[in-house]
Design a protein around this ligand. Structure first.
Ligand SMILES: [Zn+2]
Length: 642
């Protein structure tokens, strides 16, 4: 039975009674939830990573269902931190009430509200997560907390969350400073109280607090205000150079030039710098939860390798938050999300984030091209393309996000991000070519993401779209058969990556025996040695995490390393009879090219040892872009500041 059919049944039948059985239906009630919830969160126990939550929820007597957020906006999957909820107690008028979990949807808690009760008191502790995806990853150190509010609240299950009003407050450790897009109304012994708002807006407005805090004005004297809030485990990690501050100020101006309007009243980047929190970015309308290494601003390679993080999350305020595919704009956090248009939500954001990194000076035109070369080479070494079209990576996103890197090349992962950069470059250069340089994707963004008087009121207004609107808007910018153009690329099972955008941009992908500065920075950032384009091997840390040197993370399907019997999970301990080190292996690859002898590797795994011989004489290969003389250099035009 489809969820659509279930909700149709629901509307005809007695709502609450059936709602308990039909766990995945859309909310039964279309109106506003009567009354205002109140929420008090105490994060002062950061050392033990325990948050204390007290919530009060207006109710009427009878069957009642609470929901804990499951499908988290921006995470595109059922990543809610239910496993961290402990000590749950529900009471009314001072009396404990029994509760029972729903057997089909474990994020639902059923409770019978007795006669004479108008308010439930809910109390629990959230054991802040340690190892999940995104917001469910490590978020607390003894010196900082990043709080995603979806982790610390229950809400009435059968309502849309933008129709439930809540009054939040927070207590942070003494001497700490907080950053958030929420509006403060009062402070006292209880902590800081914020203006009442909808549950949707609250979950869209994370809070960051820390002992070492800095706030940088990114739009001095301008309206709306934009700030970069930074917390770090050590004071010296808050340092930013004048050039870096200027890059971020440029980013704001370049984004306005790109989109022609903004859809927030103020914007706050919330950047946490620590080795002890998960590293990612999570977008919101008026803020973003961004996390990186402690030395992000002080080590050039780190700043370079992840230059697009903040631009990417910032672009999401327009593409992802203001404009969102209908399947991802769910009424509340129990309704499953459909990711089929993630190649727009994330793919276009990936492209525009990188373009804005270049336009704002975070990346030079050359560094932008070097990054594009890595993306192109990665996508061109994906045997999985032969069976899984790009569309399917979006359709199955909620599972693919969580895959290890092992055999990523054969099964593909969330490729709608990197391949999105290639796809939208293809679109951009196609528009530029057909219009003889008079139009570009910038014209699309101004229509698609720009001002719309019908959507000016609330900061969390969502203007949904579908495939047809994308096609229609592209056609309005430049006449072409965009439906076929996009569908061909989305459904392709060609083993070769779509590199037409690079070619139309006046460049081509080549491999040389010396890595680019960007390639070296990416290896350093990820703590990996990337030999995927030569012997077909990736060693080091799983997605930048700690790993023993020589640990094999991935092996390219049918590559020389694959043919030699190597696989993820094994570890290289010696190269041609010498103890492993990364330089030794690249030197051995260069040597094998000269003397045409196999590279001998001693590998181990699960108490097993073996000597394998990798037969490969092609030398080291690193991607970069090379100019095609006599063609228009559209790539350079794309990266120029507006
Ligand atoms: Zn994103």
């Amino acid at each position: 039975m489809s969820s659509r059919f279930r909700s149709a049944v629901l509307l005809l039948a007695a709502p609450l009674l059936f709602a308990v059985q039909f766990a995945w239906a859309k909310p039964a009630n279309e109106g506003a939830y009567p009354g205002t919830l109140s929420l008090q969160v105490d994060i002062t126990d950061a050392t033990r990573k325990i948050f204390a939550v007290r919530e009060s929820i207006p109710v009427k007597p009878g069957a009642f269902r609470l929901a804990y957020p499951k499908w988290i906006p921006g995470e595109h999957g059922p990543t809610g931190t239910l496993d961290g909820v402990t000590g749950l107690k529900i009471s009314a008028n001072g009396q404990r009430l029994p509760w029972r979990r729903d057997l089909e949807e474990m994020f639902f808690i059923n409770v019978e509200v007795p006669a004479g009760v108008s308010k439930l008191d809910v109390e629990f502790q959230l054991l802040s997560p340690a190892a999940g995806m995104f917001g469910a990853g490590a978020s607390v150190t003894p010196r900082m907390v990043v709080l995603e509010w979806n982790q610390v609240l229950f809400y009435p299950a059968d309502y849309a969350t933008n129709r439930i009003e809540i009054q939040p407050s927070i207590k942070i450790p003494a001497g700490w400073t907080m950053g958030t897009a929420l509006e403060k109304t009062a402070s006292g012994d209880f902590g800081t109280r914020f203006k009442a708002l909808s549950v949707t807006e609250l979950v869209d407005s994370p809070l960051m607090a820390g002992k070492y805090f800095r706030r940088v004005d990114l739009a001095p004297g301008a309206t709306p205000p934009v700030h970069l809030n930074i917390v770090a485990d050590r004071a010296e990690n808050l340092e930013m150079s004048e050039v870096q501050i200027q890059h971020h100020r440029n980013l704001i101006k370049q984004a306005y030039a790109l989109f022609g309007a903004q859809h927030y009243e103020h914007y706050d980047f919330l950047l946490a710098l620590s080795e002890h929190v998960a590293h990612f970015g999570l977008e919101h309308h008026q803020s973003s939860d961004d996390r990186n290494f402690s030395e992000f601003f002080t080590k050039d390679a780190l700043y370079l390798a992840d230059a697009s993080l903040l631009p990417h999350e910032y672009v999401h305020s327009w593409n992802g938050k203001f404009r969102r595919p209908a399947g991802l704009a769910t009424a509340n956090y129990s309704e499953p999300m459909k990711g089929d248009l993630l190649w727009v939500y994330e793919g276009l954001t990936n492209y525009l984030g990188e373009v804005l990194s270049a336009r704002s000076g975070m990346l030079s035109a050359e560094q932008y091209r070097d990054q594009l070369a890595i993306t192109a080479a990665d996508m061109d070494h994906r045997p999985g393309r032969a069976w899984r079209p790009l569309q399917d990576t979006a359709d199955q996103a909620q599972i693919l996000y969580n895959l290890p890197q092992a055999w990523e090349n054969a099964r593909r992962r969330t490729d709608f991000y990197p391949e999105g950069s290639l796809l939208w470059l293809d679109v951009d250069t196609h528009i530029r070519e057909l219009s003889k340089g008079t139009k570009s994707l910038d014209d699309f963004t101004k229509i698609f993401h720009g001002d719309d008087p019908a959507f000016r009121k609330a900061s969390v207004d969502v203007k949904t779209y579908d495939f047809d609107e994308v096609v229609k808007t592209l056609s309005a910018v430049q006449k072409a058969d965009w439906a076929t153009f996009l569908r061909t690329r989305l459904q392709s099972t060609n083993e070769r990556a779509p590199l037409e955008g690079i070619q139309r941009g006046g460049w081509k992908l080549v491999y040389t025996d010396k890595p680019t500065e960007m390639f070296k920075a990416a290896e350093k950032y990820r703590k990996q040695l990337n030999l995927m384009y030569s012997i077909g091997l990736l060693t080091g840390g799983e997605r930048g995490g700690d790993a023993e040197p020589g640990a094999i993370i991935d092996v390219l399907w049918n590559s020389p390393a694959f043919e030699a019997g190597l696989a993820p999970g094994l570890k290289i301990i010696a190269v041609n009879g010498e103890a492993f080190d990364p330089d030794l292996l690249t030197t051995a690859i260069a040597q094998a090219q000269k003397d045409k002898t196999p590279i001998e590797l001693l590998v181990t795994g699960q108490d097993y040892y073996a000597t394998v011989r990798v037969t490969y004489t092609g030398g080291n290969r690193y991607p970069r872009l090379e100019r095609v003389d006599g063609t228009p250099d559209r790539l350079t035009a794309i990266t120029q500041a507006k």
